[in-house]
Design a protein around this ligand. Structure first.
Ligand SMILES: CC(C)(COP(=O)(O)OP(=O)(O)OC[C@H]1O[C@@H](n2cnc3c(N)ncnc32)[C@H](O)[C@@H]1OP(=O)(O)O)[C@@H](O)C(=O)NCCC(=O)NCCS
Length: 322
């Protein structure tokens, strides 16, 4: 039986940030509304960096903390909805930037659940015996897709990257990873790609922005998060009292709070950093896990669940003995 574990983590956010008051200069909003409805106080945004730049910094930190030599990484997976090109993927750019030898490298898109999808794929590929050490990254520059005149969405998102090195382990650490999807509700959170182009008229495509039905996303999120935690606990014959922490996707403090209340779990043990970064999509979970580890909240031996949800709808969760 091959086991896997987290060997190292890293994260990175751009230096520039916008406070709620800064946003109130741009759209009809205010600090009080944003804080009470979302828990967000500021969000970091890129100005001269691309997704690959964020991914590289987070990956370097994860590699350093993992003590895994670059030559021993044989798999790179990047979760992103904001790649810098249609192709090549961020994974290939990252391979070059890090000077990795020939590896299997690819990007995936499962919106804000993307990192959990990457974790599940890497975990299974290592447990199959075909790979040994994976660098998995969630990296986003979502503010490139933000409509800065739409107060319903522009207050929510920020840019960041989080990374993790996972590899073979002598104990069962990454115990269960689950993912799921329901395409029926794909229009509630959407950003269109290029339009169809008629070769005769050859109309120019315009870049679309994020569109969201906040209430529907809220309803879905508050249902799926506790459900995933319960499923993971049941699959591992554990109870909520066995968990030291829950690290949830940082989309809205009220969503996290509602999940905690539904699960009868202390809010003190729900990791929260949405106030600092807003919703950073696929970067949210690895950024939060990295911070929780670096700040000493998550320690070796702790049992935690991490859960995410996103456009699609998609969802994913993992039960890990760190
Ligand atoms: C977006 C969200 C914060 C809105 O909160 P809400 O309590 O549902 O607010 P509503 O959409 O009901 O809007 C209430 C009012 O606030 C207004 N409003 C919306 N955004 C505002 C803003 N930034 N500042 C001030 N007012 C705002 C609305 O226009 C509405 O005004 P009205 O009553 O005059 O029509 C909330 O629905 C949410 O977080 N949904 C999930 C979003 C999410 O997680 N997305 C990412 C998933 S990966």
């Amino acid at each position: 039986m091959i086991y896997t574990k987290i060997k190292g983590t890293g994260s990175y956010v751009p230096k520039r940030f916008l406070t709620n008051d800064d946003l109130a200069q741009i759209v009809d909003t205010n600090d009080e509304w944003i804080r009470t409805r979302t828990g967000i106080e500021k969000r970091h945004i890129v100005t001269d960096e691309y997704t690959i730049d964020l991914a590289e910094q987070a990956a370097l930190e994860a590699l350093e903390s993992s003590h895994v030599a670059k030559e021993d990484i044989d798999l790179v997976i990047v979760a992103t909805v904001t790649p810098d090109h249609y192709f090549p993927g961020i994974a290939q750019l990252l391979q070059k930037r890090l000077g990795l030898k020939t590896v299997t490298a690819f990007d995936i898109n499962a919106a804000c659940s993307g990192f959990l999808y990457a974790l599940q794929i890497a975990d299974k590929m290592i447990k199959s015996g075909a790979f040994h050490n994976a660098l998995i990254v969630g990296a986003e520059t979502l503010t490139r897709l933000t409509d800065w005149s739409d107060r319903n969405t522009c207050v929510l998102f920020g840019d960041a990257a989080g990374a993790m090195v996972i590899g073979t382990s002598d104990y069962d650490s990454i115990r269960t990873v689950i993912t799921g999807s329901d395409g029926d509700d794909n229009s509630y959170l959407i950003c269109d790609n290029v339009d169809l182009k008629d070769p005769y008229t050859n109309e120019k495509s315009t870049q679309d922005h994020i569109h969201m039905n906040g209430r529907e996303v809220f309803k879905f999120a508050t249902r799926i998060m506790p459900q995933m935690v319960r499923d993971l606990l049941e699959m591992n014959k554990m109870s909520i009292d066995d968990l030291d922490y829950i690290v949830a996707h940082q989309a809205n403090l009220r969503i996290i709070d509602k999940a905690a209340r539904d699960l009868n779990f202390s809010m003190d043990k729900m990791y929260v950093n949405i106030n600092e970064y807003g919703n950073t999509s696929a970067a949210s979970v690895p950024l939060a896990i990295d911070e929780a580890i670096r700040k000493g909240h998550l320690k070796r031996g702790d049992q935690f669940v991490t859960v995410a949800f996103g456009g699609g709808f998609t969802w994913g969760g993992a039960l890990i003995t760190y």
